[in-house]
Design a protein around this ligand. Structure first.
Ligand code: HEM
Length: 481
């Protein structure tokens, strides 16, 4: 990733007001080109751009996109204030809504205020520990089926495999048995969604109303997906679904029950089904891709995880992997090194003071796990994959530092690690995803050894942190014990 500062992005001094009041000072940053602002640098390599901003201008750095003022926030204390302490002074804002509004409607990801609170309460039972554990069998079965399709010596594109895997798991958790009949429209829509938000294309930065062939296909497939979900909802209703969201067996069942209770309306029901598909599919696939890629680059660590998971007689269950500290550390460290969500956004609804600066209402704040997870202030040798950093010894036994939301070992500030966001709007699928990544990794490692064919990853910042090229791993089948 380039370290040079492109033309039009030279240093700018902080803009100080005449009265010299520091709390009224704007954070420093590059102004970029007239009209486009920093959009070229963002489209070119958003990850490098955010990183450069934070390295050159500090924990709060200004930039602009098509004339809209924005800041990259990489100071963990400021991130905690935004997400936790002062969360009710911020909204997700216009930018995600402009990009994702047509897709996610008024679903949980984009809803604000009271509507968001009501929806989060209505669907939260689908993400309770017992329910997530019940999805464990499907997570293991799909991993087993993946391993069954492999042969000793095969070279796989692990990103493609992980995408199929995560899609199968999520689609089944969302739709239960109904998925068999409806796999194709759901898969096609998921693929189009990924393509639509590929920010390596300049077109993805254009306003939503500008038609491009990619967008036309995306809109068509999205309409089909929504129609499919409506049909499934009608069938479920005809079959007298449980009236309490806690009694449902899958995510769609929870949503139908929430609608029966009047907690969400029918449009919000469809919006949320699409939301879960969008929010939980590519992210988990990327988490699995990077976990296996990273472990393939550390054979002795891969073996250490394997020893932990081959201690079980059979593929592990959701309950068993809770006691696998090295496996857990291997996944958490991959999510640090390559956070699937490289950045997300907030806007203050009123002027706020942050890190000594005055931030006007309505500016875009870019919170970037990618940047913070690579900051040497918090991470020793941040570019290297070291699950060891999460493991501590207690009474002679190795344990994972913190098994709730990811570790906060030592002196590191809490928000130096936030792959799942934070505060009341943290990822509702976090427990689902962490369990899925651990079960898939455990099941696959019991059968195969992974070796790198692709040594260096090249990444692109689409909506998520995606590999720009196939990620090839060679498989060695393990002899049965
Ligand atoms: C490794 C996998 C995953 C990662 C890294 C991830 C990351 C995130 C992040 C960073 C946010 C916060 C966004 C913000 O505050 O603006 C978020 C929110 C969300 N995630 Fe995930 N996610 C993952 C998996 C999942 C799964 C499996 C599901 C669903 C089954 C899911 C559903 C959601 C939803 C619905 C929200 C919005 C929550 C709200 O606003 O109340 N995610 N995710």
């Amino acid at each position: 990733m380039t370290e040079t500062v492109p033309d039009g992005e030279r240093d700018r001094e902080p803009e100080r007001p005449a009265d010299g009041d520091p709390s009224a000072t704007k954070p420093p940053g590059p102004d970029g080109l007239p009209v486009l602002g920093n959009v070229h640098s963002l489209a070119d390599d958003a990850l490098a751009f955010y990183e450069r901003q934070s390295a050159e201008y500090g924990g709060l750095a200004r930039y602009n996109v098509f004339g809209t003022e924005a800041y990259v926030v990489s100071d963990p204390a400021a991130i905690k204030r935004i997400l936790v302490d002062d969360h009710d002074r911020y909204v997700k804002g216009e930018m995600p809504r402009e990009q994702l509004g047509r897709l996610l409607g008024q679903g949980l990801f984009l809803a604000e205020g009271e509507r968001w609170r009501e929806q989060r309460t209505a669907v939260r039972s689908a993400f309770f520990r017992e329910r997530i554990e019940a999805y464990g069998d499907s997570m293991v079965e799909h991993a087993r089926a993946t391993a069954d399709s492999w042969r000793d010596g095969d070279v796989i594109d692990v990103h493609a495999v992980a995408t199929d895997y995560a899609f199968s798991v999520l689609a089944e958790s969302l739709l239960g048995d109904d998925i068999d009949a409806e796999r194709e429209p759901v898969r096609a829509a998921a693929e189009s969604i990924t393509e639509r938000f590929d920010t390596s294309r300049l077109g993805s930065f254009l306003p939503e109303w500008v038609p491009t062939p990619t967008r036309r296909r995306y809109h068509r497939r999205l309409d089909t997906l929504r129609a499919t979900i409506r049909d499934l909802v009608a069938e479920r209703r005809a079959a007298e679904p449980p009236s309490n969201p806690r009694k449902a067996d899958d995510l769609l069942g929870t949503l139908v029950a929430a609608a029966e209770m009047g907690a969400i309306d029918d449009e919000e029901l469809v919006d949320n089904a699409v939301t879960f598909l969008f929010a939980g599919h590519e992210t988990s696939a990327l988490g699995l891709t990077y976990t296996l890629y990273c472990l393939a680059g550390r054979p002795e660590m891969q073996e250490r995880v394997r020893e932990e998971v081959t201690a079980f007689d059979d593929d592990p269950t959701a309950a068993q992997i809770r006691d696998c500290p090295t496996l857990t550390a291997a996944v958490d460290e991959a999510l640090r090194r390559y956070p699937p969500v490289h950045s997300f956004f907030r806007e203050p609804t009123e002027p706020v003071e942050l890190g000594g600066y005055r931030i006007p209402a309505g500016v875009v704040l870019t919170l970037s796990p990618w940047t913070v997870h690579r900051d040497e202030q918090w991470w020793d040798d941040p570019e290297s994959y070291r699950p060891e950093r999460w493991l501590i010894e207690v009474d002679g036994e190795v344990v994972h530092g913190d098994d709730s939301s990811g570790p906060a070992i030592g002196e590191r500030p809490e928000y130096a690690y936030f792959p799942f966001g934070g505060g009341p709007r943290h990822c509702i699928g976090m427990r689902f995803a962490r369990q899925e990544l651990r079960l898939a990794t455990a099941t696959l490692l019991r059968r195969f050894v992974f070796e790198r064919e692709t040594e260096d990853l090249s990444l692109q910042a689409s909506a998520n942190t995606r590999p720009a090229e196939p990620v090839r791993l060679r498989l060695r089948e393990r002899a049965p014990e």
